[in-house]
Design a protein around this ligand. Structure first.
Ligand code: ATP
Length: 221
């Protein structure tokens, strides 16, 4: 969201990395942490960084938190503080509240109190790395549903110069190449005569099984 202002509560590894990236992307970020050292470390990087207890409603109000478009609660270990901060942010009227959960139960509670998006960084990164270990050419993927995925597959040297007709993922495995990301631009909805080169990235849509088969039988072999 252009022009959006973010507040990140909890400047641990996750919160500080997220806050830094938002600044890099050109957004204004207020970082809050009760730990002076954590705030000190981020004070040169963020738009503002303050030492405060995010479970104190008065403090949040005095910081004008309700004027922020989005707040991220990145407190992990102290589940009680994470939940209290999230409730206060919703109560104060922050439009979008995102919170990090350390466990399924923590996540369920955050959902119940109306957090707009609950994220599970450790769990999700574990799943992601497992997929990448099983499919080494898999660069990234988005799960569209339980069964369907959009995956980015890197093209190995041995397939350089192949046309999509030769690879034929749709007829052989049921998945489709919806784009080819090349060094000099992206081909959207490529046709059968389009070729792939080493280090191109194929964007493939299909079921998890179809994409896994295509990756293991054609890309990796
Ligand atoms: P990470 O994995 O991101 O490093 P974590 O999941 O281990 O973090 P913690 O280290 O418990 O989570 O919390 C992250 C940060 O949140 C810490 O810097 C901590 O000082 C801060 N924090 C915890 N409780 C509060 C609070 N009530 N108000 C403000 N900051 C808080």
């Amino acid at each position: 969201m252009k022009g959006s202002q973010y507040v990140v509560i909890g400047l641990g590894r996750f919160g500080s990395s997220l806050a830094k990236e938002l600044v890099q992307l050109g957004y204004e970020v207020l970082g809050i942490d009760q730990d002076e050292e954590a705030v000190e470390e981020m004070s040169d990087v963020l738009t503002h960084a303050v030492v405060a207890d995010a479970t104190d409603e008065e403090v949040l109000r005095s910081l004008g938190i309700r004027n922020f478009d989005c707040a991220v609660v990145a407190i992990g270990d102290d589940i009680q503080a994470s939940i209290l901060a999230a409730i206060l942010l919703k109560d104060i009227g922050v439009k979008t509240v995102v919170a990090k959960a350390l466990s399924e139960l923590h996540g369920k509670v955050l959902e119940k109190i109306g957090v707009d998006r609950v994220i599970f960084p450790e769990r999700d990164m574990g799943i992601r790395v497992a997929h990448q270990l099983v499919s080494p050419n898999l660069l990234d993927y988005i799960e569209l549903s339980k069964d369907y995925t959009i995956a980015e597959l890197s093209v190995p040297k041995k397939l350089s110069g192949c046309t999509l007709k030769q690879l034929d993922p749709r007829a052989k495995y049921g998945c489709s190449v919806v784009a080819i990301n090349k060094k000099h631009g992206v081909i959207i909805a490529p046709t059968a005569t389009d070729t792939v080169e080493e280090r191109d990235v194929m964007v493939v849509i299909g079921t998890n099984d179809q994409i896994e088969e295509f990756e293991s039988q054609v890309i990796r072999r």
